[in-house]
Design a protein around this ligand. Structure first.
Ligand SMILES: Cc1cc2nc3c(=O)[nH]c(=O)nc-3n(C[C@H](O)[C@H](O)[C@H](O)COP(=O)(O)OP(=O)(O)OC[C@H]3O[C@@H](n4cnc5c(N)ncnc54)[C@H](O)[C@@H]3O)c2cc1C
Length: 329
């Protein structure tokens, strides 16, 4: 029976949330095609094999660890050659990548090497006979494109947050695999990863995001959004472009067409009108709550819950109530 592959992404020696999402998607696909095995691939510097077992808990039957001192960072050619070699070596129905910065670079390289079909930024998929049907948003989320991928393996990169991985008791066989090319021969090397130094929760990893817009009027008033996020706990803070353009928040906080694409479980939009360019980045949130004084604001068209009123009255009260509830827990 054909297996399904998942490329599990790691950074700084730790598995990323998208790694579990890729494995969970591969598990879903394998189960839907009669229960084939899920094979995960994990690249990293020596020591990364210690993370392999965790992938079993999310559905991997086999984890192939490609450990090498030169692979602590993404190496486009080595990763692509090794994933392609793995896919050629056996019968694979599909392969899942994350539609992260790394996965968006890697998946097309692998597709080109294999001459395989690829769907990028996928938010939903299903297996239908010999085909894999994949859906992804286009035109700033105004339309959903449905693609039919023929031939095996079908390659899919998944939009972060579009799958909720759930734990299941499974023990993965861990095996080692050598890189398919000498990393020293790679023509492209990632020499540095310069991450914004922040103690804050990353927007892509957060399951709850509280976002603020121009309705807050000043940078200082963003404290209302910060306080609400802190009261909820484990929530990240985002912003619209109007806010980042005005310098109230760093550009890295911007959500939307030209900012971050997020799919949290809960998105609270405070003083945000709901311009199409903003919606493009957050409309896949599972539950959307909007607070806006204008009952006709476009954000209410996609909100699951809407509060029409002055944010300066509502947000402090909401924060207070959430604090009380959490104190009593
Ligand atoms: C090419 C291009 C790319 C873009 N990319 C992005 C992007 O990636 N992300 C993005 O966000 N935008 C993007 N934009 C900008 C986008 O078009 C909007 O201008 C922007 O999203 C508006 O931000 P806002 O909702 O904060 O502000 P506004 O549209 O000004 O909305 C403010 C809202 O606050 C409400 N409000 C005011 N006072 C209160 C109050 N006291 N209580 C409650 N509500 C109140 C108002 O009713 C209003 O609805 C892009 C634009 C272009 C042209």
């Amino acid at each position: 029976m054909a297996a399904v592959l998942a490329v599990a992404e790691a950074r700084n020696g730790e598995l990323r949330k998208v790694a579990f999402e890729a494995v969970a998607a591969a598990r879903q696909a394998a189960d839907a095609s009669g229960g084939g095995e899920v094979h995960a691939m994990l690249f990293g510097a020596p020591g990364i094999s210690a993370r392999a077992e965790a992938l079993g808990r999310f559905g991997a039957d086999v984890v192939s660890v490609v450990e090498h001192e030169a692979l602590g960072r993404y190496s486009p050619e080595v990763f692509a050659a090794t994933v392609a070699e793995r896919l050629r070596a056996s019968d694979y129905r599909a392969a899942f990548f994350a539609a992260s910065a790394e996965g968006r670079d890697l998946a097309p390289r692998v597709a080109a090497k294999l001459g395989a079909s690829l769907a990028s930024d996928v938010t939903d998929f299903q297996l239908q006979g010999d085909a894999v049907i994949a859906r992804h948003p286009a035109y700033t989320g105004k339309v959903i494109v449905t693609l039919r991928l023929m031939g095996s393996p079908a390659l899919l990169s998944l939009r972060p947050g579009s799958i909720t991985p759930s734990e299941q008791p499974r023990t993965a066989r861990v095996e080692t695999m050598a890189p398919a090319m000498d990393p020293a021969a790679a023509r492209v090397t990632v020499t540095e990863l310069s991450a914004q130094i922040s103690t804050r929760l990353d927007l892509g990893e957060a399951s709850i995001i509280v976002s603020g817009g121009r309705g807050l009027r000043t940078a200082e008033n963003f404290k209302l959004v910060e306080d609400l996020a802190a009261a909820i706990g484990n929530a990240a803070v985002g912003a619209t472009r109007a806010v980042t353009d005005d310098g109230w928040r760093p550009a890295t906080d911007q959500i939307g067409q030209t900012g971050r694409l997020v799919s949290p479980d809960l998105y609270i939009a405070v003083g945000i009108s709901g311009a199409v360019q903003h919606l493009a980045g957050m409309r896949n949130a599972k539950t959307i709550v909007a607070i806006n004084k204008d009952k006709d604001a476009p954000i209410f068209k996609i909100a699951d819950y809407g509060i029409v009123g002055d944010l300066f009255e509502i947000v402090p009260r909401l924060t207070e109530e959430i604090r009380k509830v959490r104190q009593n827990q």
